[in-house]
Every structure is written in C-alpha cells, then in structure tokens.
Design a protein around this ligand. Sequence first.
Ligand code: 2AM
Ligand code: CA
Ligand code: CA
Ligand code: CA
Length: 263
Amino acid sequence: MNIHNLDKVAKSLIKEAAGRIRASFTTELIIESKSEANDLVTNIDKETEQFFIKNIKQNFPDHRIMGEEGFGDNIQDLNGYVWILDPIDGTMNFIHQKKNFAISLGIFKDGEGILGYIYDVMADDLLSGALGEGAFFNDQRIPRVEHANVEQSIISINASWVVPNKYIEHEGMIQLLNKVRGTRSYGSAAIEILYVVMGRLDAYVSMRLSPWDIAGGIVIANEVGAIVTTLANEPINLMGQNTFIVSKPGLHGDIVGNYVKLK
Ligand code: 2AM
Ligand code: CA
Ligand code: CA
Ligand code: CA
C-alpha cells in the first residue's frame, strides 16, 4: 500500500463529501434522536458515511471502516487497514448553527495511526497529519506546540462537566476554571482538537468521546507534540468510549494531576 496514494484518495473523498454537505443546506433536513434527546443524527450524517464507505470499498476492497452511524464494518480489532470515520462531528452545530462541524477521519494500520484528517467544512480548512511526516494546515506545515501553564491558558470544556455530573468531581473543574485565562466551548471535539493543534487553544477536555471523534485528531496531535490521553493519564482505547484530554505539554500534567478527580 502506497501511503501517498491512500492520502490522496482520503483527501479527495473528504473534499467531495464536504461539498455534498454544503449543498445539502438547500434541502430539508431529517433530524432524529439517538441514545438520548440531545444526541442527534440527520439524513446527511448517514448519507455522508455511506458515501465514504462506498468509495473506500471501491478503492480499497480489503480495508475496513468504523463509522459512527453504523454503516461500516463491525470492528472488534484494528488488524489490517481500518478507517475510523465521523461523517459529521458536531451534528448539533450542523443543524442549529450551520458552522463549526467537521469531517473527522483516522486511518490505522495494524493498530498504528498512519493518517489523520480534520476538515472544518464551512471554513474549508483541512488539518492533516501523517505518521512521522508532520502535520499540515491546508498544506502548510504546522510547528510543534509549545509548553503551556494553567494561568496563561485557554481551555475548552463543555459546561456539562463543570456542573455536578456522573464522570468527574466538578469542584476540581471549577478550581481549574478559576485559574485559567479563559474558557471556550465549540461543540465539536474534532474542531476543538484542531484548535489545540493550531495553538488557538491550549487544552481540550471531555468526559465521553468515541473513537470516531478522536481517531484522526490523535494522529495529528502526535505529529505536533500535543499530548493525548484519557483523564486517568492512560493511553486512549480505540475500541470503546474514553475520557479525553488533548493538551500542550506541561499543562497536560498539571490538569490531569492536580485538577481531575474522576468518579
Ligand atoms: P457528534 O456531533 O458527532 O455526535 C459535542 O460536545 C461533541 O461531543 C461532539 O464532538 C459530539 O460528536 C460528541 N459526542 C460524543 N458523544 C455524544 C453524545 N452522546 N451526545 C452528543 N454529543 C456527543
Ligand atoms: Ca453523533
Ligand atoms: Ca463525533
Ligand atoms: Ca458524528
């Protein structure tokens, strides 16, 4: 398998899928709830995933696909080539705001992340990374991220994790938010990872992410020296859900060691 060919196909599928998503704004959306009332999916999420799967299978018949909407393969291991896809990350933003949503894609070979992509569909910004070859923002090489400390950082976190919740002691999060320079929340894990990689944010924290939210981002973050772990400071398991932090070095250890108290 030629990695440059794989990269070329992946990028062209992402661009074509994004064009279809933008074109869908002229048609009526069909919106459904999934596991809970605020867990939304649309016909465009599903059609986009099906578009990828059809084209991946045509180009690479022996590759497997793990997609959020369940049209791909039933993936129980990462043997061979596995594409981990979120057709629309930030579906609520897609529906309500028509911006700040992304296509998120990671390509893994025998468990190792070899290519990663986060495409901010409305900004037309493509963040990509290839194992050992660095990370790129619209084909411009991105420098490695710098160290950061809590006092001078902007941290992205959903407000749900700062009020009492079942995952984390919220008092610790309040202490953290009292110390940082600022907080943000964008409603798309992929876009928030993109911002950390670009240095626009210093860290992003979440209690409950799925493999497709983060697979592409992990490959890219590794290439710029941003640190990705669970909030228990363990490696991410791509076969299930995880707590999650992506952060500049220094800040990562401080947040995980001094503010996070998991339940
Ligand atoms: P999604 O839009 O693809 O569902 C929202 O804060 C972020 O969390 C989005 O990246 C969203 O991805 C993700 N997320 C993961 N699990 C979710 C859930 N059960 N409900 C809503 N968003 C979820
Ligand atoms: Ca979803
Ligand atoms: Ca997602
Ligand atoms: Ca999604």
